[in-house]
Design a protein around this ligand. Structure first.
Ligand code: ATP
Ligand code: MG
Length: 417
């Protein structure tokens, strides 16, 4: 039996690439205009980086990480998300030394051992941004506007930006106690995971995919925010309104990673279901310190590329077609046209040809299949008359072009289009 790809991972095939590339280049252009620079960090790190940053009692760390021992006996994990590695690099290279606000973006594969299904894979791609070094709520607004604009530019509509605050070290404790008191009575009816989370990480109960609709009357963090967190949240809300960025406050929005503080958000698709979040993020004011750096705040988001692409209108995004197909009929014609093939490609013109010298009929079929804009026909007759036939595949018009000067002729005619 032939060997197949690992369960839950997907090949991104050439026909998928125009949409992926359109997403990547749209994001890159937009991020750069907001002052973000790309960073590429390794796809594996020491396990303790993720355990410490994402949080030991999260789904990711408890059950989703790809962890193994390398040959030196060190515990290594394939990154399940991007922020931990970017922040690790930020600290390691002391990026905080020369600038107030450090703005970074990344893209690449992430790995989580989840149950494979539509929109949920074991290797998937994220594009994300991180802004490090700013506490001001306008940094949050910047990030949220950026997220909104990206999806607007991609022409993706029907998404809702959900916004919440998770408070900070000063106020979250009191909320956690109130939530625990509320959950206590419900405990016997909750799933096994939630019974465990009740002890280790009660906020995460609100994010449970099994028990999701049981907590409509729970206490909410927004009612427990301290003065600083409340002001921060109000400024973010006000800023978004002023800029006309629509959002909905979802007071029960919590995230699957422990490092979030204050502003947290998700971009949610209209249809219900477990895979309805396309992008998510928030502020993480304690994370840099948590993994050994100075007390520097941060905020960012990551979007799932597969989920974003599935929402894009990809009809107009077609793989590029050759400008020219050269139908060389016979070995002599192949030899004669070969320099033109390479010279034109060198000019950036996409040229396809067939080295077999097969019949005109079969080569015209090929030209059609490629979807070439023009076909150059060179057979015995053309070689004798030293003029080839250039056929416009759209209009079916044919013109004679001199073989003497074929490269220049084609360059001019193809660039005239
Ligand atoms: P979910 O609630 O769907 O499990 P999450 O909260 O675990 O998502 P994040 O860690 O916030 O997801 O990752 C940000 C984005 O990355 C998600 O909104 C989603 O688009 C994408 N994503 C996360 N996990 C997967 C996966 N296993 N396969 C494909 N995309 C994913
Ligand atoms: Mg998840």
């Amino acid at each position: 039996m032939s060997i197949q790809a690992i369960k839950g991972v997907k090949d991104v095939l050439p026909e998928d690439m125009p949409a992926w590339q359109h997403l990547e280049s749209t994001a890159r252009k937009l991020f750069e205009s907001y002052g973000f620079s790309e960073v590429r960090v390794p796809i594996f790190e020491y396990t303790e980086l993720f355990a410490r940053s994402i949080g030991a009692s999260t789904d990711i760390v408890e059950k989703e990480m790809y962890t193994f021992e390398d040959r030196d006996g060190r515990k290594i994990t394939l990154r399940p998300e991007g922020t931990a590695g970017v922040v690790r690099a930020f600290i390691e290279h002391k990026m905080y030394a020369d600038s107030q606000l450090v703005k970074l973006f990344y893209q690449g594969p992430m790995f989580r051992h989840e149950r494979p299904q539509k929109g949920r894979y074991r290797q998937f791609y994220q594009i994300g941004v991180e802004a490090l070094g700013g506490t001001h709520p306008h940094v949050d607004i910047d990030i949220l506007v950026l997220l909104h604009r990206l999806f607007a530019r991609l022409g993706i509509t029907g998404l809702t930006l959900q916004l919440n605050s998770l408070g900070d070290a000063e106020c979250r404790g009191a909320y956690r106690d109130a939530l625990k008191a509320y959950l206590k009575g419900k405990l016997p009816s909750l799933c096994g995971d939630c019974q465990r989370r009740y002890e280790t990480n009660p906020l995460r109960v609100l994010d449970c995919k099994v028990d999701a609709d049981k907590f409509g009357d729970s206490p909410v963090m927004l009612d427990y925010l301290c003065r600083g967190c409340k002001d921060h949240f109000t400024t973010v809300e006000g800023g978004l309104k002023k800029l006309g960025i629509p959002f909905q406050v979802n007071p029960r929005l919590v995230r699957g990673l422990d490092y979030y503080t204050r502003t947290t958000f998700e971009l949610v698709m209209e249809h219900a279901g477990a895979q309805n979040t396309v992008a998510a993020g928030g502020r993480y004011d304690g994370l840099v310190q948590e993994i050994g750096g100075p007390a520097i705040p941060g905020i960012g988001f990551a979007l799932g590329v597969e989920r974003a692409v599935s929402l894009m209108d990809t009809a107009k995004l077609k793989p590029p077609r050759p400008s020219l197909y050269i139908a060389a009929l016979g070995a002599e014609a192949v030899a004669l046209t070969m320099p033109a093939v390479h010279a034109l490609r060198n000019e950036g013109i996409r040229v396809e040809t067939d080295y077999s010298g097969a019949s005109l009929k079969s080569q015209m079929k090929k030209a059609d299949k490629y979807g070439a804009a023009f076909t150059l026909i060179v057979g015995d007759q053309e070689m004798q008359s030293r003029t080839a036939v250039l056929r416009d595949m759209g209009t079916k018009d044919q013109v004679a072009v001199s073989l003497e000067n074929i490269i220049e002729e084609l360059k001019t005619r193809l660039s005239e289009r």
